[in-house]
Design a protein around this ligand. Sequence first.
Ligand SMILES: Cc1cc2nc3c(=O)[nH]c(=O)nc-3n(C[C@H](O)[C@H](O)[C@H](O)COP(=O)(O)OP(=O)(O)OC[C@H]3O[C@@H](n4cnc5c(N)ncnc54)[C@H](O)[C@@H]3O)c2cc1C
Length: 375
Amino acid sequence: MTGSERIATVVVIGSGQAGLSAAYHLQRRGFASALDEPPAGASRETPTYVVLDADAAAGGAWQHRWESLRMATVNGIFDLPGAPQPAPDPQEPSRLAVPRYFAAYEREHGFPILRPVRVTSVRAADGDADGPLLVETDAGRWRARFVINATGTWTNPVHPVYPGQESFRGRQLHTKEYVDLEEFRGHRVAVVGGGISAVQQLEEISRVATTVWYTRREPVFIEGEFQRETTGRDTIAQVTADVEAGKPSSSIVSYTGLSWTPYAVAARERGALERRPMFTAIEPYGVREADGSFTSVDTILWATGFRAALGHLDPLQLRNDLGGIGLRGTQVLADPRIHLIGFGPSQSTVGANRAGRDAVAAIARRLREDSSRVA
Ligand SMILES: Cc1cc2nc3c(=O)[nH]c(=O)nc-3n(C[C@H](O)[C@H](O)[C@H](O)COP(=O)(O)OP(=O)(O)OC[C@H]3O[C@@H](n4cnc5c(N)ncnc54)[C@H](O)[C@@H]3O)c2cc1C
């Protein structure tokens, strides 16, 4: 494909839960694979699609999650559209179970997925706001009418910057690089961050190491039973309102608070949830506390979360003055050719499913309108 240009009505970027949901609904609505050549001499009437994914294997971000994130400790993974998950072994790492499930789904449906293909940029082909989009990749260019972006967050970890950070003589790593608990045994570890991953990793590491927990704000734990249905609905409504108002997205935990999961309770019982305000600086052998005292640590784990991985869309200038990207449904207000799924209110497995369906429905509607105008 290098050097050539290929054409699809819809390019889906990413094949995690969101991208697979989009592929399922595109196929269901009769979009053909853009990888199949139309019969010689025939003009192509049927809209087409392709999925481009930067990973070498199926599974989206799940294939990269840490070993000890078991099926019993994930927050609940929603079924892909039309495919109930096999009964999970609670002890199996999610990084194995979920990619296996995704791979079987892809095989069953025969989706046109190209991987590893990284999209480097998406831009307008010309000045026509309704004209084609050029999707540049490390394996050639695609020309598309619509882009459904489903690139998740895993490839865009948040790395805060603190004075003196480069002088630190110990090890710094992000949640993304966390694999094996044993590498922390006997160490003094500063865990930074107030989200679910921070609490999970703190609980684990505190079994084998001395930990100190730092967060910018006092973590908010929800007392009493977590009402999944109502809390989930309220959260989605709040995030949707923010995204529709074009506000920059913030972490889901800032909407939901933390719940007293079994691992959070275990961490509390071990004394690991004694939170300290953020340190003010990093020194070669530790951190300078907010009160001016010094704490010696040899490892800093930045469990500081992720942001939507959207750098490849920068040429389209989708951001507003607030720094956010306004959406109506899944459609970007600043450029309705682009749909963002697995983003804002749809950044959960259930949300990703719905968003895939909604994006495809909106595109199908638009194509119908176009053809009735032509007729
Ligand atoms: C640690 C952690 C635990 C979580 N646990 C849960 C949970 O238990 N339940 C739940 O519902 N949600 C959970 N979430 C939220 C979770 O991220 C979503 O639910 C869902 O897995 C995201 O799916 P996705 O399709 O949006 O993105 P991803 O699974 O991240 O897939 C994105 C895909 O896009 C590809 N990609 C990225 N950039 C490019 C590019 N430039 N070009 C081409 N391809 C690209 C990637 O290779 C990847 O395959 C968790 C998140 C984290 C960080």
